[in-house]
Write a protein that binds this ligand. Structure first.
Ligand SMILES: NC(=O)C1=CN([C@@H]2O[C@H](COP(=O)(O)OP(=O)(O)OC[C@H]3O[C@@H](n4cnc5c(N)ncnc54)[C@H](OP(=O)(O)O)[C@@H]3O)[C@@H](O)[C@H]2O)C=CC1
Ligand SMILES: CC[C@](O)(C(C)=O)C(=O)O
Ligand SMILES: [Mg+2]
Ligand SMILES: [Mg+2]
Length: 337
């Protein structure tokens, strides 16, 4: 069945303009939602713990900052945009006591609901507005008059109005300018985790690093390897983004196109597909979510090791040097646009 896609004309922005919204968290997504909702005429407050380093940023941007508990008590729409690993404690301590009948609890990703770390009471709406892009670009696109597509899902419709309210919220952050797809918490959570692990973050990073290693270990210049395996990837993906894989193949040389057909499937072969299926199975069974929550509870020892290894990969040093010569590339990620 084709997905249902909603645009600006399908959303009634006044529904969210008539509510008090609390955005809990002011990181990548939180700042984008809070600032864009405010710019869309919505009554927003940000909820952050007393010691949070995000407080100063939110206040500098002219937002009212309260504690998560105060913000949840005041608001009737509560959007949780703290890290996935922090959400169950945040919910239990600061949200649940103020989640009275008829309020709406929103998420930007479904992990805590899908795997049962949070179970809201039956008399509140539970919905998700999940942008399909990094939060800093959600804000940048909004400011530029564009939008990042969003997934919207309703887990619980206590008021009968949950979907319309979520669609209005998506309009407030620019999502309906690009298109909003109706889905479920299960579908969003499982596809989002799969996409970031196997393709967008894990798959793409490993592909780039491995290609760079193969070229430099064979004696080619790291600068040439960087341009070939990382820099040019954006230009190739831009063509895919604009017109699909077919547009990219139209634009590259016939030599590249023949190499693509005849060699690409040798890189991403049947073994890789089997591994992708295993990764999906770990997501579907909840194994990944339990592993990640346990890793966080233990103080993230493996996460810290992985982060250090990634930061020390030789491609980072080469890239830093080359990007310093390209003033147009290193556009800073800011909390405003
Ligand atoms: N990053 C992205 O682009 C995307 C994220 N999402 C989802 O959005 C949600 C937020 O992720 P993301 O924006 O990456 O998070 P970030 O790590 O960028 O930001 C987290 C924010 O939450 C604050 N915070 C930490 N603990 C608490 C707490 N107990 N109570 C209130 N605020 C707290 C942090 O403050 P401090 O400064 O003190 O650390 C920070 O402001 C997640 O569910 C994620 O899966 C969905 C789509 C894309
Ligand atoms: C691709 C990573 C992502 O799912 C996103 C930006 O959409 C995330 O969790 O950050
Ligand atoms: Mg995502
Ligand atoms: Mg994600």
């Amino acid at each position: 069945m084709p997905a249902e896609v909603y645009y600006d004309d399908d959303a009634d922005l006044s529904l969210i303009q008539g509510r008090k919204v609390a955005v809990l968290g002011y990181g990548s997504q939180g700042h984008a939602h809070a600032l864009s909702l405010r710019d869309s005429g919505v009554d927003v407050r940000v909820g952050l713990p007393e010691g949070s380093k995000s407080r100063a940023k939110a206040e500098e941007q002219g937002l009212r900052v309260l504690t998560p508990a105060e913000a949840s008590a005041e608001a009737d729409v509560i959007m949780i945009l703290a890290p996935d690993t922090a959400q169950r404690t945040l919910y239990a301590e600061s949200v649940a006591p103020h989640l009275t009948a008829g309020k709406a609890l929103f998420f930007g990703h479904g992990l805590n609901i899908r795997y049962g770390f949070i179970t809201p009471p039956a008399d509140v709406d539970v919905a998700m507005v999940a942008p399909k892009g990094p939060g800093h670009l959600v804000r940048r696109q909004f400011v530029d008059g564009k939008g990042v597509p969003c997934l919207v899902a309703v887990e619980q419709d206590a008021t009968g109005n949950a979907f319309a309210l979520a669609l209005a919220y998506a309009a407030g952050i620019g999502g309906t300018r690009a298109g909003v797809i109706k889905t479920t918490f299960k579908e969003e959570t499982e596809t989002d985790l799969f996409g970031e692990q196997a393709v967008l973050c894990g798959g793409a990073s490993a592909l780039v690093q491995t290609g760079f290693e193969v070229l430099t270990e064979a004696g080619y210049a790291p600068e040439v390897a960087y341009f070939e395996c990382l820099h040019e990837l954006k230009l190739i993906v831009d063509l895919m983004y604009e017109g699909g894989i077919a547009r990219m193949r139209y634009s590259v040389s016939d030599t590249a196109e023949y190499g693509d057909y005849s060699r690409g499937p040798r890189v991403v072969d049947a073994r890789v597909k089997e591994e992708m299926k295993r990764i999906l199975a770990e997501i579907q069974s909840g194994e990944f979510a339990r592993e990640w929550i346990a890793e966080d509870d233990a103080g993230r020892p493996n996460f810290a090791k992985y982060r250090e290894q990634g930061a020390n990969h030789p491609i980072e040093e080469t890239g830093k040097k080359l990007r310093s010569m390209m003033s147009w590339v290193d556009r800073p990620i800011t909390e405003t646009a």
